[in-house]
Design a protein around this ligand. Structure first.
Ligand code: NAD
Length: 260
């Protein structure tokens, strides 16, 4: 059902975004990639997507912190594919600090990359989706869009904001066969989380295994990381026809974290 459609997955050079890009490509969806990293590695990733799944895969180095670049990114995808049917707002960063010491630049970067890019990309794709009377917007949020942790005020604010945005836009486009949903994962083992394991091991002077169980997964009742493939499978489901009546939701995939 998705074969021949086209998608943008922001922040797709690694982690969850790359997993979702591969899952979509596996269904015959053309994908526009973005994100940072080693140029040769990115080209290898892009070429593998196209070769493994026989789809068109294009990379653009747009900085999601820059609203004009996000709008231009959508335009490039529309020009390359003739339209964008699926938008996955996934790009994100984390920074951990007490709020009274939070660096202004980090605060702004988190709001820009997570919340403002979701606005700019969604704004840019909706006219085309409305014209074709079909679309899917999937926002990769977090359990931190539903509940808070200390020292993550910028991230928690941006992620809560993404859920509000998801609900509002879902209402606006409900009659256009466009759904807008948020996926709220608990901890998924990606480079973003690997960095946190290292940092916490140093702060607590603990071995990595203990940090994972007692610090990172302290709030996650199933005590294991969520796999990228689990998140990608949910994103794929939301893009499918059987999810056409699911809109404006925030679906937790968090091992029970937010059931507390
Ligand atoms: P990751 O670090 O592996 O991937 C993040 C991606 O975003 C990378 O491709 C990176 O290059 C890209 N990116 C970062 N800044 C960018 C910018 N300014 N412009 C363009 N691209 C940029 O992280 P991940 O864990 O896969 O995270 C993906 C999303 O999932 C994020 O929004 C994150 O908040 C969310 N999330 C992650 C977890 C987790 O446990 N890993 C849990 C819940 C939600």
């Amino acid at each position: 059902m998705l074969k021949g459609k086209s998608a943008i997955v922001t922040g797709s050079t690694s982690g969850i975004g790359l997993g979702i890009a591969r899952a979509l490509a596996g269904q015959g969806v053309n994908v526009m990639l973005s994100g940072f990293g080693d140029a040769a590695e990115i080209e290898k990733t892009r070429a593998a997507l196209a070769a493994d799944f026989g789809v068109r895969a294009v990379y653009d180095n747009a900085d999601m912190a820059d609203g004009a670049a996000v709008a231009a990114h959508v335009k490039k995808a529309e020009d390359a594919f003739g339209g964008v049917d699926i938008l996955v707002n996934n790009a994100g960063i984390q920074f951990v600090s007490a709020v009274d010491e939070f660096p202004e630049a980090k605060w702004s970067a988190i709001q820009n990359i997570i919340l403002n890019s979701t606005f700019h990309a969604t704004k840019a794709v909706l006219p085309g989706m409305k014209a074709r009377n079909w679309g899917r917007v999937v926002n990769i949020v977090s359990a931190h869009g539903l509940v808070a942790s200390p020292f993550k005020s910028a991230y928690v604010s941006a992620k809560h904001g993404q859920i509000g945005f998801t609900k509002s836009v879902a209402l606006e486009v409900a009659e256009n066969n466009i759904t807008v949903n948020a996926i709220c994962p608990g901890y998924v083992r990606t480079p973003l989380v690997e960095g946190q394991i290292e940092d916490q091991a140093k702060v607590h002077n603990m071995p990595r295994d203990k940090v994972i169980r007692e610090v990172i997964l302290a709030a996650q009742p199933n005590k294991r990381f969520i796999e990228i493939e689990e998140v990608a499978a949910l994103a794929l489901y939301l893009c499918g026809d059987m999810a056409k009546s699911i809109t404006g939701t925030a679906i937790a995939i968090d091992g029970g974290w937010t059931a507390r």
